[in-house]
Design a protein around this ligand. Structure first.
Ligand code: NAD
Length: 492
């Protein structure tokens, strides 16, 4: 352990953040958060009721309709959102440690990929707040016609547990910078860091009602937001199944708009002329980083048949050496899965893949050496000869389970890559750059990495094709989900 991780974390008071104040849930309800490294309850989180969500939406509505957030200068909003990011950075170690207890991710990843990345996203969008412009339009006749780019109103941000802070910041950054007010609902598995986020927002001077945080259950607090007639937009990251429920709720309530970042079954295509050592490493960490609980995980590796066996063996050999362990220990390379449910779900996929004839090369079992035999550890798992069209080749496991498939031609590789309902990401490995670009054009996914994998930057848009979602997080394109255009005609 390091100095930063050897003491237990300081969890925040179990309060909701509504209208600028930390308050108890109306019915005093809580839910348990389990540390997946030890299977022990580490936090009792406040559980927002429908009534609490009602209060939060009312506060956000009032702050939007009657407050100054939407109408103040973009530069003033930018200053506060930038300070929000700074406050997060000031507490980065404390927040990262809580994240590690709730989620089981490596402390160093929580620090870099969650807290620091979240602060970076807030600061990036703050810097763009005063660069959102309208246009003057060359219309016929004697008119001055122009567009205004305006905020939508009240945004509900509903986020998952795998990157709780950075995914929240990807939404809060553009939503707040553009002048919206927000109600954030974190996952029931990782609520504490969202409360710490609220503390940072308060310390940064975000006005009352502009950001509200309501930890709670999906079926209660999430549904209350999804069906609420005064929520104008739902910014969602999570499963395709929940996204469909949100769409139904929108249809049955007020036709609120949605931006959706959903699941994936992303392929990495390995051609025989690739830099194979680098490709092996990228395939290993493309699936096993953050224990495979990554929406863009490269969960299918498609390999040209001439190098298929050699390549799969290399990946499996490296996977077998991954050191599972306490995520607080800097020597660990992979922590536990987030919950017993997620572990059981992955074990179910593994059992069915074996029954279906896929060849288990390495892993496939729970690992009890992680932390005193407790915890939800799953050995990095590699399957070979996975049948195209089988469950493991088609469906998202959201865990450390890799499916390897051979191919004979680029056409076949592209057909397999595109043959799933998802289209979030893909990787292509070849030294022939013209061929790499040609394949990139044929892949139906929102991001394609050529001779690299899992690169993210606030400047680069991220989002899915097909059932991986609608809209883009990050980059200036994110503002499209949080603003609308008003056209103003003036007779001259
Ligand atoms: P989930 O859909 O179960 O939950 C996501 C959020 O939705 C949680 O806050 C949950 O409480 C809430 N929710 C659940 N049911 C709801 C309902 N009926 N109404 C309103 N809200 C509800 O997903 P998860 O298990 O937390 O996250 C894993 C999924 O997220 C995976 O499919 C993964 O691929 C996806 N994901 C996508 C991205 C991306 O950027 N594309 C990033 C991370 C995770």
């Amino acid at each position: 352990m390091t100095d930063a991780t050897k003491s237990p974390p300081a969890f925040p008071a179990a309060k909701l953040f509504v209208n600028g104040e930390f308050v108890d849930p109306s019915d005093g309800a809580t839910f348990d958060v389990v540390d997946p490294t030890t299977s022990a309850v580490c936090y009792r989180a406040p559980s927002a009721s429908r009534e609490d969500v009602e209060r939060a939406v009312r506060a956000a509505r009032k702050a939007f309709d009657e407050g100054k957030w939407a109408t103040t200068s973009a530069a003033s909003r930018a200053k506060i959102v930038r300070r929000f990011g700074e406050k997060l950075l000031e507490r980065r170690e404390a927040i990262a440690l809580v994240e590690t207890y709730e989620n089981g991710k490596l402390y160093r990843d929580a620090l870099a990929e969650d807290v620091s990345a979240a602060a970076g996203a807030l600061q990036y969008f703050a810097s763009l707040a005063d660069k959102l412009t309208g246009e003057t339009l060359p219309v016929r006749g004697d008119f001055l016609t122009y567009t205004l780019r305006e905020p939508l109103g009240v945004v509900a941000a509903i986020v998952p547990w795998n990157f709780p802070l950075s995914l929240a910041a990807w939404k809060l950054g553009p939503a707040l910078a553009a002048g919206n007010t927000v109600v954030l609902k974190p996952s029931e598995l990782t609520p504490a860091t969202a409360i710490m986020l609220a503390e940072c927002a308060r310390d940064a001077g975000i006005p009352a009602g502009v950001l509200n945080v309501v930890p709670g259950l999906g079926a209660v607090a999430g549904d209350a937001l999804a069906t609420h007639p005064d929520v104008d937009h739902v910014a969602f990251t999570g499963s395709t199944r929940t996204a469909k429920a949100l769409l139904r709720a929108s249809a049955e309530s007020n036709l609120k708009t949605l931006s959706l970042e959903l699941g994936g079954k992303s392929p990495q295509i390995i051609l025989s002329d690739a830099s194979l050592d680098e490709a092996v490493e990228a395939c290993v960490w493309g699936i096993f980083s953050n224990k495979g609980e990554v929406c863009s995980a490269g969960s299918r590796v498609l390999v040209e048949r001439s190098i298929y066996h050699w390549f799969v063996d290399r990946v499996a050999e490296r996977a077998a050496r991954i050191k599972l362990g306490d995520p607080r220990d800097p020597a660990s390379e992979m922590g536990p899965m987030v919950s017993s449910r997620q572990l059981d779900n992955a074990m179910g996929f593994i059992a069915r893949a074996i029954d279906g004839g896929a060849r288990l090369v390495v892993g496939g079992e729970r690992d009890e050496s992680g932390a005193n035999g407790a915890g939800y550890f799953l050995r990095p798992t590699v399957f070979a000869d996975v049948r195209v069209g089988s469950e493991l080749e088609q469906e998202e496991v959201f865990g450390p389970v890799l499916a390897c498939v051979p191919f004979d031609s680029v056409d076949e590789a592209v057909r397999i890559a595109n043959g799933v309902r998802y289209g979030l990401a893909a990787g292509v490995w070849t030294k022939d750059t013209a061929r790499a670009h040609a394949i990139a054009r044929r892949i139906r996914a929102g991001v394609v990495w050529l001779n690299t994998y899992d690169q993210f930057d606030t400047a680069a848009p991220f989002g899915g094709y097909k059932q991986s979602g609608w809209g883009r997080d990050l980059s200036p394109a994110a503002f499209d989900s949080y603003t609308q255009k008003k056209c103003v005609w003036t007779r001259l």
